[in-house]
Design a protein around this ligand. Structure first.
Ligand code: PAF
Length: 281
């Protein structure tokens, strides 16, 4: 596995690859890799001749006071995982490589990014959109893989690719869960064992909603109330949002008709966790 640290080297490598007609698959990450990321590498590996994974903790998608500085950066472990997973090129730039000191261009998605996580993290998706476009321009992939756990991020990126005519296919990767149902996340590391147990209410409450929909309950108000009651039973949980939205437009819905995304964000202690499921698909 090659490790490239500069934009110039990565672009040169991508150009050489493209000249020979080889297909580049890309998995952008912020590192602290887990099975969720590795499942995205597997999807890329199955289709691409060259798999590039980037690790870059992107400062401009963190709000002041968020966990940018304490975000885990287990460099050697990540490199070993990439090697074992069959990554061909690890792109590992530092902040100076990615942002000039007078960097002044940002990319803002103005519709899908405003609700859900965007409501409590203003500017977050502008940071994500900007770095994703930069990474795509550097890696020049034929396709890029993004996890469905960050459902809103995935929608924003799909919109960005469509509206800016970026020549890349976006492949969604399903949510990967720990054996007990907690969605894999680099931030799970912050949880104490007791908090981890409490966090299982996320999957359990989504399971409950799925069951109620199978039983025929399609009214969002009823489902939301039941879901909120389940989360309220766990004293350490502070709910940030419980949203039922159209899976494509992310607009709130009142009934489960067509594909409806149920998206949750909670805080346990100082850790923010999100999870989701798609109903009726
Ligand atoms: O999902 C992530 O890990 C990040 O938001 C991404 C897409 C790599 C951009 O920094």
């Amino acid at each position: 596995m090659e490790i490239l640290r500069t934009v110039r080297e990565m672009q040169q490598r991508a150009r050489d690859e493209k000249r020979t007609g080889r297909l580049i698959g890309f998995v952008p990450t912020m590192g602290c890799l887990h099975e969720g990321h590795l499942s995205l590498v597997k999807l890329a590996r199955a289709r691409a001749d060259l798999v590039v994974l980037s690790i870059f903790v992107n400062p401009i998608q963190f709000l002041p006071g968020e966990d940018f500085f304490r975000y885990p950066r287990p460099v050697e472990r990540d490199e070993a995982l990439c090697r074992d997973a069959g990554v061909d090129v690890l792109f590992y730039p530092d902040v100076e490589q990615m942002y000039a000191p007078d960097h002044s261009v940002m990319i803002e998605e103005t519709l899908l990014s405003k609700g859900l996580c965007g409501a409590s993290r203003p500017g977050h998706f502008t940071g994500v959109a900007t770095v994703v476009v930069k990474l795509l321009n550097i890696v020049m992939p034929d396709f890029a893989v993004f996890g469905q756990k960050d459902a809103q991020q995935l929608r924003v990126i799909q919109r960005l690719i469509r509206d800016l005519n970026c020549p890349v296919d976006i492949i969604p990767g399903p949510i990967v869960r720990e054996w007990d149902g907690l969605a894999m996340s680099s931030r799970n590391r912050y949880l104490t064992p007791a908090e981890h147990q409490d966090a299982l209410c996320l999957r359990r409450s989504l399971d409950h909603v799925e069951k109620r929909v199978r039983e025929g309950e399609l009214t969002v108000e009823t489902l939301r109330t039941e879901l909120a009651q389940r989360l309220a039973r766990v004293p350490s949980v502070r709910v940030e949002y419980i949203e039922f939205v159209d899976n494509e437009t992310l607009r709130p819905v009142e009934r489960v008709e067509g594909a409806v995304l149920v998206a949750l964000a909670i805080r346990i202690g100082s850790t923010r966790l999100i999870d989701n499921t798609v109903l009726g698909s």
